[in-house]
Write a protein that binds this ligand. Structure first.
Ligand SMILES: O=C(O)CCC(=O)C(=O)O
Ligand SMILES: [Fe+2]
Length: 244
């Protein structure tokens, strides 16, 4: 369970870092599953592939099935959040490229059956190995949920993903959202087992890895179990569909 302070911090910032959230034995088991699924050796870079999305694979048990995650998700969603798979995204080292920089803009997710579906609420990302700066970490814009919320209060119909049909989309793309936030992007660096919880309106993205180890991250997402009824509602209260 999260403390009152942790919940307040999540509400203020749209993310919450939980150091050491998944224990070492579980991480070791997931790493084993991952390397064996891709048929490569963790310590031999000549065997490494270059695919970002690890297809047909989910860690077992999925992140959302861990008891400590279940209790937090129930606490945040009041029992109304469903999902919690364990797909993996891997940033393989690009040692030949020294032009590392932070991404200019972050995006927001809108996953669901058949693409943008609404009703997406919460994401979580857990690392299977330490990730240092410039190591391909998950990058996010603290407090960007407010600007994104304001955007959809202004253009509520575009919550269905149709903001990509706007005349200014080609020119501005995701800057439309990240421009509304005053903060600089932050890299999620940390140890194996460290986890970041992120709000659905948190601007975020991937980043380039110029270190030596692959950035191995497990991603889980939760949606409202009643999303068909609420998915394109943009309430004035950002926390209407949350229990916090
Ligand atoms: O690879 C990353 O850290 C970012 C991935 C991402 O944007 C996503 O899974 O929605
Ligand atoms: Fe994303």
């Amino acid at each position: 369970m999260l403390t009152t302070d942790q919940i307040q911090s999540f509400k203020d910032n749209a993310f919450l870092v939980l150091p050491g959230f998944v224990d070492v034995d579980q991480i070791a088991a997931w790493r084993e599953q991952f390397w064996s699924h891709i048929g490569a050796q963790a310590e031999d870079s000549s065997t490494w592939p270059d695919n970002y999305v690890i297809g047909d694979f989910s860690v077992n048990p999925p992140l959302g099935d861990l008891p400590q995650m279940r209790s937090i998700v129930d606490q945040l969603g009041g029992g109304m959040f469903a999902g919690g798979g364990g797909s993996m995204l891997v940033q393989w080292p690009k040692t030949d490229d020294s032009s590392w920089s932070l991404p200019a803009n972050g995006h927001i997710d809108g996953y669901g059956p058949g693409g943008w579906s609404g009703g997406f609420m919460l994401g979580a990302t857990t690392y299977l190995e330490p990730v240092e700066e410039q190591g391909g970490g998950f990058v996010y814009w603290p407090q960007s949920h407010h600007g994104v919320h304001d955007f959809f209060r202004e253009f509520p119909k575009q919550l269905d993903g149709s903001f990509t049909d706007r005349d200014d989309w080609e020119e501005r793309k995701w800057a439309m959202f990240s421009e509304r936030t005053p903060t600089e992007p932050v890299e999620f660096t940390g140890e194996a087992g460290d986890t970041i919880l992120w709000h659905c309106f948190l601007c975020h993205g991937g980043s380039m890895n110029v270190r030596s180890r692959p950035r191995q991250a497990v991603f889980s997402r939760w949606h409202r179990s009643d999303r068909e009824e609420m998915k394109y509602d943009v309430p004035e209260d950002l926390w209407k569909y949350w229990a916090i």
